[in-house]
Design a protein around this ligand. Structure first.
Ligand SMILES: Cc1cc2nc3c(=O)[nH]c(=O)nc-3n(C[C@H](O)[C@H](O)[C@H](O)COP(=O)(O)OP(=O)(O)OC[C@H]3O[C@@H](n4cnc5c(N)ncnc54)[C@H](O)[C@@H]3O)c2cc1C
Length: 222
């Protein structure tokens, strides 16, 4: 697949995350949790393929990505900071290991929340939010993507963990076995995991130490 599409809008949603909405290409199909390889149409960048997760739903009239940018890498995401409506992006292959299997605990680190944004949008649409929980690990409050939306949607089932900021309303430190246990209950059949490699490795070990079997872990590394 290859579709070159126009950016309808682009705006910052945190200090370093941008939300981009694009024209929806004819015939594109994807499910919540899936990601897409993209390239920029800018001279010198056409061959640099990077992967981003759809934060829109198949039925939306546009395609959306939520992209954390890393100016220090001087790579594709730094270029994305200077894109504007009317610029073009090429969409390539679609794939991904995460999809919704049933109620559980979603554990995300930073931009690793993007597959869960799409999944929670679908659950809301289908009236299936139920007792699903989101444990979201970030450095500071300012890094929390879609904070208001998740607070409204999940209430007490939205648990924030901050490693670099102390606040009595939030858990402090990293995601630990005790923290996972504290927020798990009999409805926690699946554990969905997405974030940077080292965080994923650590949390997977914690889940195993709590007796969670591989069949109950749904994951994707960023
Ligand atoms: C399936 C999947 C889905 C994803 N979905 C999303 C998503 O929805 N949203 C999102 O924000 N991200 C997502 N990611 C992560 C995203 O793909 C990467 O953050 C992105 O590719 C980074 O691109 P970049 O060109 O800016 O930087 P990179 O490709 O990481 O780096 C560019 C260059 O910078 C240098 N560099 C690398 N690391 C450093 C460093 N620490 N300091 C200095 N220089 C460095 C290297 O020379 C490198 O070649 C996803 C990843 C996967 C695998």
């Amino acid at each position: 697949m290859e579709h070159t599409v126009t950016i309808k809008s682009i705006r910052p949603i945190t200090h370093d995350v941008f939300r981009i909405q694009l024209e929806k290409p004819e015939g594109i199909t994807y499910i919540p949790g899936q990601a897409c390889d993209i390239t920029l149409t800018r001279p010198g960048w056409e061959k640099e393929v990077r992967t981003f997760t759809f934060t829109s739903l198949q039925d939306d009239d546009h395609v959306e990505f939520s992209i954390k940018t890393y100016p220090s890498h001087n790579g594709v995401t730094n270029q994305i900071r200077t894109l504007k409506a009317g610029d073009k992006i090429t969409l390539h292959d679609i794939y991904g290991d995460i999809h919704y299997k049933g109620e559980g605990v979603f554990i995300a680190g930073g931009a690793g929340v993007t597959p869960f944004i799409a999944i929670f949008k679908l659950l809301k649409k289908n009236g299936q939010i139920g007792n699903n929980k989101l444990i979201f690990a970030n450095k500071t409050k300012g890094d929390i993507i879609d904070k208001d939306r998740f607070e409204k949607l999940l209430g007490k089932n939205f648990i924030n963990v901050l490693s670099d900021e102390q606040d009595s309303h939030y858990e402090h430190g990293y995601v630990t076995p005790d923290l996972i246990k504290k927020y798990s209950d009999s409805s926690s059949k699946y554990y969905y995991l997405c974030g940077p490699g080292p965080m994923m490795d650590a949390v997977e070990k914690h889940l195993h130490s709590l007796g969670v079997k591989d069949e109950s872990i749904v994951k994707e590394g960023f």
